[in-house]
Design a protein around this ligand. Structure first.
Ligand code: ASP
Ligand code: MG
Length: 405
């Protein structure tokens, strides 16, 4: 008899029929003799709807009240899921985050889990119940409801699996798992059987938006293996786990494309110490996340600096950079929004050479111009024209033979 944590995302519980399907799936596991703790998200669209409602009564809603409001989304789903299980004759009890013993810090709307004391969960399991826990929420030490940041139900599931020492954690979503590339763009994209935490982190944060990155980091830290799989079928999904020696044999695990970045260019910046520090300190001071940075070779004491930020941060970044650029006597700041960041990810890159060269060759053969390049131990990223993104992804996928197992 195993203890299995199953997490169902918003689409998986998006309507009554799907909630009944989820209940039937849970019951099958229960009937196979296992204990089940199910973590559920709000029904799809509900959290967004609540945020919209809040803004209609107050343009700048208080964060404590926001948490009280947003937590109702998941509270609706736990009750409905418990009812659906009971309709099948299965004993089930719903618990809010606080009732499940999830204690967080006091940072409303993006709280961190401080500790979990799942006493009540253990008792209910021992009495033969399926326990349905509201994702995305907890309570601070004073008992105020807190939420864990958008997509936080993933974190609830992983953290509960760790606290309960579960045998298995399954993240059910609307895709079959993690693919070598976006299957909507690359015909031969292949579903991966397994992937390491680090590769998953790179792919997830790069736009293969399967899961909240924070929860993958948590899983890595506490060594919680989990699978990502579809709630619409019985396919096994992708297992995300600690890396093994054998995993390094695969040079490239996957390719992702992020179209949510914008590039800012500052031409004719004086080339002397302290200039880059000044620019990027100012961006850091307003908590702006800068991704890629490129500085050109200097000509006659001047250089060009380009960097990328999230599209949502573009206006804010320009606002910070423009007065400084002016003061430095640099040229007019320009931005480019029609760019894409293509990244190759694989822990095998650590021990293989020539990956960058092969990528550049694949892009050249397909007339894709590279605007910026950055590399890390397990990743190579290039900024290219957004219009070239799909072609580039297909070219790289073919070049590295990712479709062949
Ligand atoms: N309902 C929350 C959201 O939409 C949490 C979650 O779905 O994981 O962000
Ligand atoms: Mg979600």
């Amino acid at each position: 008899m195993a203890l299995i944590v199953k997490k169902f995302g918003g689409t998986s519980v998006g309507n009554p029929e799907r909630i009944r399907n989820v209940a039937a799936r849970i019951q099958r596991t229960r009937e196979a003799g296992h204990h089940v703790v199910a973590v559920v998200s709000a029904m799809s669209g509900v959290t967004d709807g609540l945020i919209k409602l809040a803004r209609e009564v107050n343009s700048n809603p208080n964060e404590r009240e926001m948490d009280v409001l947003l937590a109702t989304g998941e509270q609706t789903t736990i009750a409905l899921t418990a009812m659906a299980l009971q309709a099948l004759g299965q004993k089930a009890v719903s618990l809010t985050g606080a009732q499940a013993g999830i204690v967080t810090d006091g940072v409303h709307t993006k709280a961190k889990i401080a500790n979990i004391t799942p006493k009540r969960v253990h008792e209910l399991l021992a009495a033969g119940h399926v326990v349905i826990v509201a994702g995305f929420q907890g309570a601070n030490s004073e008992g105020a409801i807190t939420t864990l940041g958008r997509g936080g139900s993933d974190l609830t599931a992983i953290a509960l699996a760790a606290a309960l020492k579960a045998d298995l954690c399954e993240i059910y979503t609307d895709v079959d798992g993690v693919y070598t590339a976006d299957p909507r763009i690359v015909k031969g994209a292949r579903k991966l059987d397994e992937i390491s935490y680090d590769e998953m982190l790179e792919l997830a944060s790069l736009g293969a938006k399967v899961m909240q990155s924070r929860s993958v980091e948590f899983a890595k830290k506490f060594k919680v293996p989990f699978s990502v799989r579809s709630s619409m079928n019985d396919n096994p999904g992708t297992l995300v786990k600690e890396e093994t020696r054998k995993m390094e044999d695969v040079v490239i695990r996957g390719i992702s494309v992020d179209k949510n970045q914008a590039k800012i260019n500052i031409p004719k910046v004086p080339d002397r110490p302290g200039i880059a520090a000044r620019l990027f300190k100012a961006l850091a001071a307003v908590h702006l996340n800068v991704d890629m940075i490129v500085q050109n070779a200097s000509t006659e004491g001047f250089t060009d600096i380009s960097f990328t930020v999230g599209k949502d941060d573009l206006a804010k970044a320009r606002h910070v950079i423009e007065p400084i650029a002016k003061e430095m006597g640099a040229g007019a700041v320009a931005d480019y929004q029609k760019i894409a960041k293509l990244s190759l990810v694989g822990i095998g890159m650590r021990s293989h050479s020539g990956v960058a060269a092969d990528l550049f060759e694949a892009l050249a053969e397909n007339q894709v111009n590279i605007q910026m390049i950055s590399t890390s131990e397990i990743k190579i990223s290039v900024i290219i024209d957004a219009a070239d993104a799909d072609r580039a992804m297909n070219a790289a996928h073919a070049k590295f033979g990712l479709g062949i197992s």
